[in-house]
Design a protein around this ligand. Structure first.
Ligand code: HEC
Length: 157
């Protein structure tokens, strides 16, 4: 009886020790997974693997992460940050996202978002829509803007 109890205790200790190791291995795996997702902003779209040779979109995604992601999300239902969630952006009138409190300037701009209007806006937001409240100086490099817009078109769909 006693030996049996001791054996069980050992088992419990062994299992506890084993469990203790799992979160470490798991966290490692999650970190690797996160890197492969390129930041994970597209998690809800399932297929996050970029198509082969899709370098422009990758550049665009990196630009979004470094210049926009602190204020914007792209996935459906991901919520507003300092700026509005950008899901469903293309073809939508500026300032008409479902839950964000936009400036009057943005709402009354008359702009409809597409590749061209986004390219102009992102080059110099304050000039294209005067009085809007997006505190972003602009992305001056045309190739960068093109990459970013290409990414947005895919990621906000
Ligand atoms: C510091 C925060 C901040 C950063 C950085 C930022 N934005 Fe914004 N953005 C905003 C805010 C706030 C608004 C709403 C402005 C208003 O209502 O006048 C906005 C509005 C927008 C809109 C209009 C959305 C709509 O529904 O009409 C687009 C498109 C946009 N941002 C794209 C971008 C992109 C792309 C980047 C990165 C290059 C970026 N923003 C960087 C805060 C930010």
């Amino acid at each position: 009886m006693n030996r049996n109890f001791a054996f069980r205790s050992l088992l419990v200790i062994a299992v506890t020790a084993g469990v203790g190791m799992i979160p470490t291995a798991h966290a490692q795996g999650m970190m690797d997974g996160g890197m492969m997702m390129g930041g994970g902003m597209m998690g809800s779209r399932g297929n996050a693997a970029p198509a082969p040779g899709n370098g422009t979109a990758d550049t665009g995604q990196a630009l979004f992460q470094s210049h926009c992601a602190m204020c914007h999300t792209v996935a459906a239902g991901a919520g507003d940050r300092f700026g509005p969630n950008l899901h469903g952006l293309f073809g939508r009138k500026a300032g008409t996202g479902p839950s964000f409190s936009y400036s009057t300037a943005m709402r009354e701009s008359g702009v409809v978002w597409n590749g061209t209007t986004l390219d102009h806006f992102l080059a110099d937001p304050a000039k294209i829509i005067p009085g809007n409240r997006m505190p972003f100086a602009g992305l001056k490099d045309g190739a960068d803007r093109q990459a970013l817009v290409t990414y947005l078109e895919r990621a906000t769909r």
